[in-house]
Structure formats: C-alpha cells, structure tokens
Design a protein around this ligand. Structure first.
Ligand SMILES: [Zn+2]
Length: 164
C-alpha cells in the first residue's frame, strides 16, 4: 500500500512523539481510568503510525479505470448503509453500557462508523492516483464523493475515453 508523504521530517517526528506520548500516558494512567485505555491507545496509535509513515495510507483501487470507479461507488454505498448500522449501534449498545464503559463503547461505535468513511475518502483516484479526498479545497464535492478532491475528475460514471 502506498502512503502520502504529507508531513515534513520535523512535523512527522513531532506527530510520532505525540502519538507515543498518548500511548504511554494512557498505559500509565490506565489503572485509575480504565475506561480511557482503549480510546487512548487507538488515538495514540493513529498519531504514531501517521508520524512514522509521514502521512496517510492510499487505499488501492483497481488498475482498470472503470473497475476502480465501480469500487469507489461500492464503497460509497457501503458508507450509506453503515450510517444505519451506526445509528442502530449507537441507539442499542450505548444506553445498555455501564457508565464506566461508556467512553470505550462510544469510541468503538465511532470507529465502526468512521471506517467506511475513511476507506472511501482514502481510496486511490483512478485519474490522479492520490486519495479522492486529498484536496481540501473542493470539500463539497469531496463530501458527496462525486468528484476527486485532488484532480476534480468525476467519479460518478465512466468517461467515454475508457481505460488508460
Ligand atoms: Zn484525482
């Protein structure tokens, strides 16, 4: 899997160190606040990995452009379906949890909800081969995933030019 090189050397070291700091402080304070261990480890690990890799992963799509566009559309449908799952999980699971496990439960549900979004947003654009949410300028179109945020090419239908 390819990774973007978003962060410079200094920034990536700071991010890496910040992630490690979260992990270590989570483990140290774990005995007093067990409900914060899991969320702390997840957040800390995410920062550590992003700092170590100096960016975010590019989730691969097919080398064939029409197939890649189909994959992106399928990931969009999974995202829509997951919203219903997220509401059900949030509505059923969270009220049933004891208060001391509420934060862990919330982070777990949020992670399940965020995963399809992250996979879609980090998917490789079949045109520019960057993540389709890489450019923040076109945030509206990125939000609907109708266009690539980096190169602006439509992700809705296959263009007449066909595969490369
Ligand atoms: Zn693109």
């Amino acid at each position: 899997m390819r990774w973007t090189k978003t962060f410079g050397h200094t920034a990536s070291r700071v991010i890496f160190a910040f992630g490690l700091l979260i992990v270590i402080s989570t483990i140290v304070s774990g005995r007093r606040q067990p409900d914060e261990v899991f969320p702390g480890l997840i957040v800390g690990a995410a920062w550590t990995i992003a700092g170590w890799k100096r960016g975010l992963p590019i989730i691969p799509t097919s080398k064939e452009r029409p197939a890649a566009l189909n994959q992106i559309r399928r990931r969009g449908r999974i995202l829509l379906a997951s919203i219903a799952v997220f509401l059900a999980l949030g509505g059923l699971v969270l009220p049933a949890l004891p208060e001391r496990a509420l934060f862990t439960g919330f982070v777990l549900v949020a992670m399940v909800a965020a995963l399809p979004f992250c996979i879609l947003a980090l998917s490789e654009c079949p045109y520019c081969h960057e993540q389709i949410a890489a450019g923040w300028g076109r945030f509206g179109s990125v939000l609907l995933f109708s266009r690539c945020g980096r190169c602006g090419e439509t992700l809705r239908h296959t263009v007449a030019s066909g595969p490369r």
